[in-house]
Structure formats: structure tokens, C-alpha cells
Design a protein around this ligand. Structure first.
Ligand code: ASP
Length: 301
């Protein structure tokens, strides 16, 4: 058995290290699941709402033969005031071999990682990163395009608050994709262009979608707006993905969304359910990618 490791962010992984996750995910998808992690205990510690990420980590862990336990902030001692580190130490003392954590504060998985011995997997921390989503998005793109290099990948919406954007930008730029970030000024700071090499910022959805290979739509993160008032009608008029706007992208462009979608806000149903949408496939692929993440983090491949 090789060494265990945590997965906190994609920013500091090399393209080669990322490729190891993608390759193992392909292997996981092509064969029958094997109980590689039989008997291990995986704790899923969720301080924020989640459907896709939580269920797919749980299914992935079970397909690998583990025992899982889901801890929700509202139904545990967290409600009684227990700190993050104390909760982590409790799970470790109970025999958890790995903790998957989602938290509203950026950096929370780092704190657990510094204070515990078991591997920590970041399932989304505040506005920082969502590495398993970044990996499953790249995996999904690669099922439709030969390579990430040179692809024009446009992300539209609430760039400012999106951990999905940060993980995707870090990953995709390491593989030579051209990234265009588009959104209203209050949700897209000018400095977003400096996130990684090859990132451009655009205020106009028509300019951003033109000749795109991938159009990734994002939800407005109401829970992180902190008093910022957004005019929904203005947003829909200028930033919603409509069939007319999608026509500006390449004819074989794919449409992605990390979910949850707010139909009629950032995306029209006609597109979400249309032939270019790979949104359900992203969800499906998430299970294989998370099987790969759990195996690598627990040192069993
Ligand atoms: N599910 C993603 C996340 O947890 C995106 C979103 O919530 O809009 O970051």
C-alpha cells in the first residue's frame, strides 16, 4: 500500500498529478467496481447543503467496499457548539480513515489537515476550491474533446463566489486551455483575469460564447451575496444562456453546469435538456472520479 494523502486544492497540483486522477477515473468507469477499500471508514462531514457531491462521494465510497457515515451540521454536536477541529478529532478517534468535508469557510479543510492525521478531501470550501468538481468537469470534457489544450472554455455567471470556477481555472490552465470568464461587474472582479495564465475577462455574453468549445454556466450564489442586491431581470437579460447565444459557440460545443441549476435564471430549460447539454453526464461521471479520489487519497490504486 502506498502513502495516503489529502486533496485540498488543484492549484498546487501539477498536470501530471492531476492526470493520475483522471486516468484512474477512466479505469473505474471501464470495469466492474472492486472493493479496493474494503472495511475502511469514510466520514462525510457536511456543514453546507449538498446533493450531488455528498451522494456521489457516498456511492463511490460504498462501491469501493467502505463503511460511510454522513455528519450534517444541523443534526450533530456541531449544533451544540463543537468546533471544526474537535469534530474532526472525534471522527478520527471513532476510527475514520478519511474525512470528506464541505464547509462555508474557505480554508476549513486546510485547518483539519493541519490538525489531524487522516487524509482530508475537500468537497467545497467557501469561495476557495471544489477540487472533485474540477476533476469531474475535466473528465467530462475529455469524453467529448480529444484534448484540453487550446480549447476555448467559457464560464458565465457568478465568478466571484464560485469555488467551481477556481478549481476549473487552475486545472484547465495547466493543460493549456484558453479560459474566458464572463459576468456582471459585481460578480466578476477585474483581477479574476490574473487567476491563472491564459484567462481572459469579458462583460458580454455574446463575445464570451463566440467560438467556444465549452460553455459552463454558473448559479448565482445567493448564500454568499452578503447584502449585494442583484436585479434578476437585468441578469437574465444580459447573462442567461439562450439558444440564440449558444448558436454563437462552435456547432459541437458542449454546455455544462455544476448544479444546482436555477432554470430560467442562468440557463433556459431548452438548453439544459437539449442535445448539447452534458449536465447529467457530469453528475454521472462524478461517481467514477470520486472513486478515483478516494482510492488515491487512501493509498490504494
Ligand atoms: N454545487 C457547486 C458548489 O457547491 C456549485 C453551486 O453550489 O452553485 O460550489
Amino acid at each position: 500500500m502506498s502513502r495516503t494523502r489529502s486533496l485540498i486544492e488543484l492549484e498546487h497540483l501539477s498536470a501530471d498529478e492531476i492526470a493520475v486522477f483522471l486516468k484512474l477515473a477512466r479505469r473505474m468507469q471501464s470495469g466492474q467496481p472492486k472493493p479496493l477499500l474494503r472495511g475502511k471508514r469514510i466520514a462525510l462531514l457536511f456543514y453546507e447543503a449538498s446533493t450531488r457531491t455528498r451522494v456521489s462521494f457516498e456511492f463511490a465510497a460504498k462501491l469501493l467496499g467502505t463503511h460511510t457515515s454522513v455528519i450534517n451540521a444541523t443534526a450533530s454536536s456541531i449544533e451544540k457548539g463543537e468546533s471544526l477541529v474537535d469534530t474532526g478529532k472525534t471522527l478520527q478517534a471513532l476510527g475514520a480513515d478519511c474525512i470528506v468535508v464541505r464547509h462555508p469557510s474557505s480554508g476549513a479543510p486546510h485547518v483539519l489537515n493541519r490538525n489531524l492525521q487522516v487524509p482530508i478531501i475537500n468537497a467545497g470550501d467557501g469561495m476557495h476550491e471544489h477540487p472533485s468538481q474540477g476533476l469531474l468537469d475535466a473528465y467530462t470534457i475529455l469524453r467529448h474533446k480529444k484534448s484540453l489544450k487550446g480549447l476555448r472554455i467559457t464560464m458565465i455567471g457568478d465568478i466571484q463566489h464560485s469555488r467551481v470556477v477556481r478549481s476549473n481555472v487552475h486545472l484547465l490552465s495547466k493543460f493549456g486551455a484558453q479560459i474566458v470568464l464572463c459576468g456582471p461587474p459585481e460578480l466578476l472582479p477585474e483581477h479574476a483575469g490574473a487567476l491563472a495564465p491564459g484567462v481572459k475577462v469579458s462583460r458580454h455574453i455574446e463575445e464570451a460564447t463566440r467560438k467556444a468549445d465549452v460553455v459552463m454556466m454558473l448559479r448565482v450564489q445567493k448564500e454568499r451575496l452578503a447584502g449585494l442586491r442583484l436585479d434578476a431581470n437585468h441578469y437574465i437579460a444580459h447573462y442567461q444562456l439562450t439558444p440564440e447565444r449558444l448558436k454563437l459557440a462552435k456547432s459541437d460545443a458542449i454546455v455544462m453546469h455544476p448544479g444546482p441549476m436555477v432554470r430560467g435564471m442562468e440557463i433556459q430549460s431548452e438548453i439544459a435538456d437539449g442535445p448539447q447539454s452534458v449536465i447529467e453526464e457530469q453528475v454521472h461521471n462524478g461517481v467514477y472520479v470520486r472513486m478515483a479520489i478516494l482510492s488515491i487519497c487512501l493509498g490504494v490504486q
